[in-house]
Design a protein around this ligand. Structure first.
Ligand code: ZN
Ligand code: ZN
Ligand code: FE
Length: 717
């Protein structure tokens, strides 16, 4: 007998028992903890005699300064799925949930986590729900969003229609999707746009509506069995797909759905149903695979409210399926891939956020502004980093609003009073400006140093490591664009020991949309005055006059900043072998290049090291010759990937020889290339290196804020 109190600094239990009893009690709590819970630390003390006659729950109270964690949203559990079939008041109820599942972060307005502080506050529990909610033996005991068919949120078509019952609505939506129509469906953290993934015309229309020219769509499969017809699924991938976090997992394709869904890429972004409505839909649907892509137009943030859904998604979708529980915090689907048993996050959102990342240092009062393109910010609380959900590209005005709004919300929710801001060295990043405008002291951190620190922080390592930081762009301390960096770094500082050969980028940022421009620049560098002949053979579709103008710009150094970024080298190779000359989405060229490669290879292209510069011209000219000699593009791509992995191994060996360091952090968006990541990891491990593995934050710029936070914490002392 005793009581339990869910306070903002943790759970406190007071019981009458002896020492053995309390230890048994703690081990039982650990053993039987719900799947989505995480117990960080337990302790007990003996206090003066106090005799209890019953076990009670004490109302939540806020203890200022200390807060417990906010749970991420949790996929529907098996028990609740069962209740949808058998429990009288929840038959086919689309918002069933319990203490082990359901919405959390997306509905929370304030702490401590209690119903009045969520968007469930407007729904009054019926007697049945209230009985469950207050019955300590019930699995819905204190489940804040508890609801049933009588008292809870309901599905509704927008704008209002005469279809009212869940059955009528779900049958109608399923039938329209099976007819080839597009539906906008309100999900956990935002709206989604869905259609039959086997219906080419529907997928093409969806693409046109979303203005998403060719980026592959995420797909939702009826169940694991169906999914296995379409993709190879390893045991770790299966476990991740079915976990309560239920992210989108990139899998190797076996069978193609409608061609427009993946646009020729070999990975399927697959997920399984995670909300009751998904199960209800699949019950009625004839099709077994849905395109389930975020409900937004182009690069805007995912739509969360009904009004915006009607104005922006209705023109794309035949119907809009909503419900009357408000989404407070916008959260996209998370995206991950597995290499062996290691999970690599590409987007950390639903199911992960706002779970903290624990760090080996005190971070209290630091706000890390993040990068710009794949932004995510972080706030320091105690000795942890609370990472925001994926925010997106801040250059989009709506996304910037989302950033500002979320930053304010996190600071309020987690009661953080930032004393210091930390931002990227790049003065024009909108996140850097945000930090500057705070009026607080700002610590500036070099982008690739932050990438390395992010991996170190996630692994809990603070000793010096070798960092291989490969990405598309990031301002260097010398004013040039970096992104093919080999550094020795700790949290305090870094030393840039080697980097890829510099290449001018004619037109600056526009090269990312036109990889052929970087290819042109390399061809000019490799062949000098003879570039035109090679270029026009490789790029017959590009007007030579246009190339000549760019050649002039490079020559005169007009709007042609130099860059050592690995991402650009991958772009150039993709363009030269014709895999992608114009990119219609971020990182399309390296993705298409990877698409052609396989892991097994023994040949490499030649490269040399000149001082601190790793010369890549020989790689490019060898690839140009191979291409002109009709060597299959698959073989070229494979050999190029192998070359880069060998290069990483060689350079790391050189660094180890002089510095004696054998821990390596492979980081930056380029390492989302699975073939590169896997072969570099294998080679390094074989030569006795320890490659740091972490599953906490993305290797892309979504992980930058964590690195910034750790560096700022270390520098602050
Ligand atoms: Zn449940
Ligand atoms: Zn009820
Ligand atoms: Fe980066």
């Amino acid at each position: 007998m005793g009581w339990v109190n869910n306070r903002s600094d943790g759970v406190v239990v007071r019981v009458n028992t002896d020492k053995d009893g309390v230890e048994r009690f703690i081990s039982q709590i650990r053993g039987e903890a719900p799947p989505a819970s995480e117990i960080n630390h337990t302790e007990y003390v003996q206090i003066d005699n106090e005799l209890f006659t019953e076990f009670s729950i004490i109302k939540s109270e806020a203890i200022s300064g200390e807060i417990t964690e906010v749970s991420p949203d949790i996929a529907l559990c098996v028990d609740c799925l069962n209740d949808m079939k058998h429990q009288k008041h929840r038959i086919r109820y689309p918002f069933v949930n319990c203490t082990n599942c359901g919405p959390r972060f997306t509905i929370i307005r304030d702490l401590p986590y209690d119903r009045p502080k969520t968007t469930m506050s407007s729904f009054e529990m019926c007697d049945t729900c209230n009985k469950e909610y207050t019955d300590i033996l019930d699995r819905r005991f204190h489940a804040q969003p508890v609801a049933c068919n009588t008292c809870g949120p309901q599905l509704m078509l927008l704008p209002e229609s005469e279809l009212r019952s869940t059955d009528e609505i779900v049958s109608y939506v399923a039938a329209r999707i099976d007819d080839g129509e597009i539906a906008a469906i309100k999900g956990m953290g935002g709206f989604f746009v869905a259609c039959d993934a086997e219906n080419q015309s529907a997928v093409v229309r969806l693409r046109a509506g979303k203005q998403r020219e060719s980026k592959p769509f995420a797909l939702m499969f009826r169940d694991t069995e169906t999914l296995k017809h379409y993709a190879r699924v390893s045991p770790s991938e299966e476990a991740l797909l079915q976990s309560w976090r239920r992210p989108v997992v990139l899998l190797e394709k076996i069978k193609e759905p409608a061609p427009a869904a993946l646009n020729g890429l070999k990975y399927i972004g697959a997920m399984l149903p995670y909300m009751p409505i998904h199960y209800l839909l699949f019950e009625k649907l004839k099709c077994s695979v849905l395109v389930m892509t975020s409900g937004n137009i182009s690069d805007e943030p995912i739509v969360i409210d009904d009004k915006t859904a009607l104005s922006t998604l209705k023109p794309v979708a035949y119907l809009v399926l909503g419900y009357n529980r408000e989404i407070h915090n916008r959260v996209d689907d998370s995206v991950a891939f597995c290499i062996g048993e290691t999970v690599h996050l590409m987007r950390r959102s639903r199911g992960y956020t706002p779970s903290p990342v624990r760090l080996p240092m005190r971070t209290e009062g630091i706000f890390a502004a993040g990068a710009e393109l794949v932004n995510c910010f972080a706030i320091g609380k105690g000795n942890q980093a609370i990472m925001s959900q994926h925010i997106g590209d801040l250059k989009n005005a709506e996304t910037l609003d989302f950033y500002t709004e979320s930053a304010g919300r996190y600071l309020r929710l987690f009661q953080c009073e930032p004393e210091v801001f930390v931002a990227d060295l790049h003065p024009d990043y909108l996140s850097t400006r945000f930090a500057r405008e705070s009026g607080k002291p700002v610590i500036f951190v070099q982008h690739h140093h932050a990438h390395i620190a992010s991996v170190m922080a996630a692994c809990g390592i603070s000793d010096k490591v070798i960092g291989v930081s490969f990405d598309g762009t990031g301002l260097g301390t010398d004013g040039t664009i970096w992104g093919g960096e080999f550094m020795v770094a700790d949290f305090n500082d870094f030393e840039r020991l080697f980097h890829l050969e510099y290449i001018p980028l004619p037109g600056g940022d526009s090269v990312t949309k036109q990889p052929w421009r970087t290819a042109l620049s390399w061809i000019i560098k490799c062949y000098g005055a003879l570039w035109e002949e090679r270029f026009s053979k490789l790029f017959p579709e590009i007007q030579i006059q246009e190339a000549q103008i760019l050649a002039q710009a490079i020559h005169l150094k007009i709007n042609s900043p130099v860059s050592s970024a690995a991402g650009r080298l991958f772009d150039a190779v993709a363009a030269i072998i014709g895999a992608c000359t114009e990119a219609s989405f971020h990182a399309e060229a390296p993705m298409r290049l990877e698409n052609l490669a396989s892991a097994e290879c023994s040949e490499i292209y030649p490269f040399q090291v000149n001082g601190s510069e790793i010369m890549c011209s020989d790689i490019i000219s060898a690839i140009v010759s191979d291409r002109m000699n009709g060597i299959p593009v698959e073989a070229i791509s494979t050999q190029f990937h192998h070359t880069m992995a060998i290069m990483i191994q060689n350079i790391c060996e050189q660094i180890r020889a002089t510095n004696g360091i054998s821990e390596v952090a492979l980081t930056g968006g380029v390492f989302q290339n699975r073939i590169l990541l896997q072969s570099a990891t294998t080679l390094l491990t074989r030569s006795g290196f320890q490659v740091l593995q972490q599953s906490k934050v993305p290797l892309n710029d979504g992980g930058i804020a964590l690195g910034q936070l750790a560096i700022a914490a270390a520098r602050r002392g």
